[in-house]
Design a protein around this ligand. Sequence first.
Ligand SMILES: Cc1cc2nc3c(=O)[nH]c(=O)nc-3n(C[C@H](O)[C@H](O)[C@H](O)COP(=O)(O)OP(=O)(O)OC[C@H]3O[C@@H](n4cnc5c(N)ncnc54)[C@H](O)[C@@H]3O)c2cc1C
Length: 418
Amino acid sequence: MCPGARIITDEIELALSLENRYKILNENIFPMLGKNEQDFLREVQQFCLDLEPKIDWDKDVYVLFPELGKRGFIQRLNLWRDFGPSGMFYENLLSLGIGFMDPELELSRTASGILCGNPTFRHGGTAALNKVQDDLMSGVKVGCIGITEPNRGSDSVNMETTCEKLQDGSVRYNGTKVFTTNGAKADYFAAYAVYDKKNPRGTMVQAMFKRESGVHTERLHIQSVPRVHISKTIYKDATTPADMILGDNGQGYKNLFEGLVPERLMINGSALTICWNSLVHGIIYGNLRKQFGQNLLNMQGIGFPMGQLLAEVSACTALEVHVARQYDQHIMGKKPDPAIEKSVAALTAQAKYLITHQAHKTAYEVQQHMGGISVTDNTRMDQLAKVSDIQEVIGGHRNVMLLLIQNQIRKQADLLKK
Ligand SMILES: Cc1cc2nc3c(=O)[nH]c(=O)nc-3n(C[C@H](O)[C@H](O)[C@H](O)COP(=O)(O)OP(=O)(O)OC[C@H]3O[C@@H](n4cnc5c(N)ncnc54)[C@H](O)[C@@H]3O)c2cc1C
């Protein structure tokens, strides 16, 4: 973990162990969990405690995928084989376990397991897509999702990647996607295109591609996550057979929007993990590091703002717990009541706006409360702060969340007319 010079004391380094960080996390979070949820989080934590000493931090995260796959930990949103329990809330708990150990692995496994994998559970069913699902969930293959394009970021619906249907039912894509997390390493690409650029909602397609079907990638260098391969992804006459199509001719648009809610809830879980991991670093360090003859946390200038951060992170956690449970209860695997579906989507956008910003704020503020050590590689804080940089951007940028919330409150004028 620490190739540079070591300036941290043995006492504090030992105290910041993964085991101790989990202890403090559990003290704070267990009151919000039921018994089965606590047991599951402990199971993931034990898995991570066994895996952490084997991680080579100079290697990409992908070498760890098969280890996750053996325990059904690539994702827990959907039930795969007999790896229960599952659901949105268990997926968030999985994030808390994995993200504490390795936040880059957390970003990468969710892109493969949820962004690419979830459509195979929701819209799959063919033998070819079942094989993709098994490959992804077992961690032997890597997946990614292709929505964002060079000229279409927040405005992703009006995409420029086009497709055509061939006589044998296969689809052929032409276009370029960017920021494809895992793209440069991926075996499978869940990607979107439109038959008619003037009618994206009515003609959007969602289909799964193998790399060898005409997909080319160029790695983008993103300094905040050096062990994750993110790419520019080019579809040049890339062709995939009919049994790899997840949503054809407009159904792709519905799938895109249906998928955004679990994707955002999953991102919230990863962002909360950064919040808690940062806070716990600050709590341990602040209780042990002495200046002017006293522990940092005894000084009001440190103890009070740390207390405020704890209150904010607990409130964000309570919100996510509520929305994830609503998702599991009313939406997951059901034909949801449209009113509940709408309210869960609205709360999810609010939660994404708050929690992803809180992740960045918490990581940055804890760094300030810890001082210089937090920007070295002697602790995990620097890595956490860097990963927190991207949480507000992915899955819909923060202004897009505000746009959704703005629309929600504008429509409430209708209530005044009744
Ligand atoms: C590390 C990383 C990983 C990613 N992984 C993936 C992935 O796996 N797959 C994928 O498809 N994409 C991925 N993305 C892309 C991500 O979803 C986009 O970056 C995001 O949607 C924003 O698009 P953009 O970067 O083009 O910004 P733009 O859309 O150009 O936005 C620029 C700014 O304008 C604001 N803005 C835009 N529209 C409005 C509006 N109407 N009102 C007010 N403000 C507005 C935005 O909020 C932002 O502040 C990833 C991005 C990053 C950085």
